[in-house]
Design a protein around this ligand. Sequence first.
Ligand code: HEC
Length: 108
Amino acid sequence: MRNFVNLFTFALFLVLSNVAVSGDVGEGEKRYAVNCGNCHGPGGMGLASYPKISGKEVDYLIDRLNTYRSGKKIGPNSDLMIMMAKPLTDVEIDNLAAYLATDPAAKR
Ligand code: HEC
């Protein structure tokens, strides 16, 4: 019986984690801190020619990151961003988008 309950809990977890389409803000913040801020500034506020990415829509951010990851250019400096997006996983992209959509730069 106990095994059955564990199995059921695990199955439920799998189902729920599939339903939860939005990323994890905390994980996104951690991933952002690894290197994104070097160019985009604290919280994605934007720095010099590096665009502001704080406070944009989740769908927009995911779309941009997927586009760069696929190697497609968007603007004149896409090469830099393609290099940064290549190693990202789907989960990391979801998390980064969730974090940036909370407009972290505005909270600084
Ligand atoms: C080496 C500097 C650099 C780093 C590091 C970097 N970016 Fe970028 N990013 C850019 C540049 C430059 C652009 C504009 C590229 C273009 O012209 O298409 C950009 C564009 C973007 C855009 C699209 C903005 C828009 O509105 O079109 C997003 C989203 C983004 N970066 C997210 C990230 C994330 C998330 C990370 C960390 C994984 C990251 N960037 C790391 C330089 C960088």
